[in-house]
Design a protein around this ligand. Structure first.
Ligand SMILES: Cc1cc2nc3c(=O)[nH]c(=O)nc-3n(C[C@H](O)[C@H](O)[C@H](O)COP(=O)(O)OP(=O)(O)OC[C@H]3O[C@@H](n4cnc5c(N)ncnc54)[C@H](O)[C@@H]3O)c2cc1C
Length: 413
């Protein structure tokens, strides 16, 4: 790796938000450092569903063809699973695209594709390196990073800092340790993959069960991913109900125990890999509330309950929004006043695009976690299954997001 430590922008986190930012800024001529503490490809607790409105962006980012080759067949239907009842409906197509329906791809593939592209565009990738602390302010940030392999440390400097580190570990600014408090309402997240499950590849089941919600999807190579969130208090109940099981297995059995369709789909299926779990997740809006002056993208800026499967969209689209604003103005980057104006403008645009989606997802999530609420809505959904497609539309699945500047393809200016 080069010894370079001075950049125009440091990006912390190489999930879809960080890599998209890196690709677009590097393509606009910025010297970009991208830091991630994990070695890729890495697994992630995520369903990997990507709404159709992102497919033109993946094309513009230069990974459209690879995505289409690796991803699941198009997702044309949604199935709402609550207790022993299942309601199916068509998903609305995205009108303005060659590919009108979304698809799923495991995160180890998606994130690796985006990272490879960022490298091709000239990004300096520090991986696996942890960003430990950040000092300084807009115009001159100093980011202390440490290599996981040999504990080597470096200080990277840049006028612009982009936080794309997701939501699960708060990033540390200056001295002081981040505080963590456990609460029974914390939402913990789980994922496992199954071979031989009985799920139609074009269908996206959304699961509602007491104390949680989730989804299933056929990802690459016919594997079915089951990913869900569960309250900490519910996990405790599950552990009491299934005493011989570890926490992840108990959580899984709680879901199959409450959702008849999941039981049927997984009957005879073989679990491919061990459960992975993470959390608590922190849905909510963070942009504009941070004391420091970094630009926030993806989950670092705001996180939806994953019931609507829009987190990757918001990660990619927020990065496109930001890069469209910053990209053409590299010469202004070291001016803190210019950055301050950009932060305000970006936060405003961010809210316009994403705040509604986050609030709506919170409503859906809380309803899904309460079977009594769901039970009262089910007769209506049974009579009008088209409402499910409408919910998908409201949650942003087919809404046009920001476009990469003038619809160009990155690397082909
Ligand atoms: C159960 C579940 C299912 C989901 N299913 C879907 C779905 O089907 N579709 C969808 O669109 N979304 C889904 N999501 C949401 C989606 O996973 C996230 O919204 C998305 O990953 C956010 O992307 P990001 O780039 O902001 O952050 P992340 O993908 O979390 O990436 C952050 C990166 O930062 C790195 N990092 C963190 N701290 C540091 C540090 N200090 N130094 C260096 N690196 C650091 C991490 O290693 C990580 O690679 C789901 C979430 C859950 C919990």
């Amino acid at each position: 790796m080069s010894m370079e430590t001075a950049f125009d922008a440091i990006i912390i986190g190489a999930g879809p938000a960080g890599t998209t930012s890196a690709i677009l800024l590097a393509d606009a001529g910025w010297r970009v450092a991208l830091v991630d503490k994990e070695n890729f490809p890495r697994e992630k607790v995520c369903g990997g569903c990507i709404a159709a409105s992102n497919l033109p962006l993946l094309e513009a980012l230069g990974i459209g063809d690879r995505f289409q080759t690796l991803a699941s067949p198009p997702l044309r239907q949604v199935a709402f699973v609550c207790g022993d009842r299942t309601i199916r409906a068509s998903l609305p197509p995205y009108a303005d695209a060659a590919h009108p329906w979304g698809a799923a791809l495991r995160r180890e593939h998606l994130d690796a594709l985006l990272l490879e592209r960022a490298r091709q565009c000239g990004t300096h990738v520090f991986q696996p390196w942890t960003a430990c602390t950040v000092e300084g302010d807009a115009g001159e940030f100093h980011c202390h990073v440490r290599a996981l392999r040999n504990a080597e440390t470096r200080v990277l400097t840049a006028p612009v800092l982009i936080d794309a580190h997701g939501s699960w570990q708060p990033l540390q600014y200056g001295a002081g340790k981040p505080q963590r408090h456990h609460s029974p309402s914390d939402l913990l997240a789980f994922k496992a993959d199954f071979a031989g499950a009985n799920l139609d590849p074009g269908v996206l089941p959304v699961l509602s069960f007491p104390g949680g919600y989730g989804g299933m999807v056929v990802t690459d190579h016919d594997a079915v991913t089951l990913a869900f969130c569960m309250r900490r208090a519910t996990l405790e109940q599950a552990r009491l109900r299934y005493p011989g099981c570890g926490p992840n297995e108990a959580a899984g059995r709680w879901v199959t125990g409450h959702c008849g369709a999941v039981r049927d789909m997984l009957a005879g299926a073989a679990q491919e890999r061990k459960w992975i779990a993470t959390g608590p997740i922190r849905p909510g809006i963070r942009i504009g509330r941070q004391p420091q002056h970094a630009f926030l993208v993806g989950n670092a800026a705001g996180e939806t309950h994953p019931i609507i499967g829009e987190g990757i969209s918001m990660a990619i689209q927020s990065a496109v929004l930001l890069a469209n604003m910053l990209g053409p103005h590299r010469e202004n980057a070291s001016d803190p006043r210019w950055q301050s104006g950009m932060r305000t403008e970006y936060a405003r645009a961010w809210r316009r695009h994403f705040a509604g989606r986050i609030r709506l997802a919170a409503v859906f999530a809380h309803a899904a976690m309460h079977p009594d609420i769901c039970g009262s809505v089910l007769p209506l959904l049974q009579r009008h299954p088209g409402l499910l497609g409408r919910f998908a539309r409201w949650s942003g699945k087919v809404r046009s997001g920001p476009r990469v500047g003038n619809n160009r393809i990155v690397g082909c200016q």
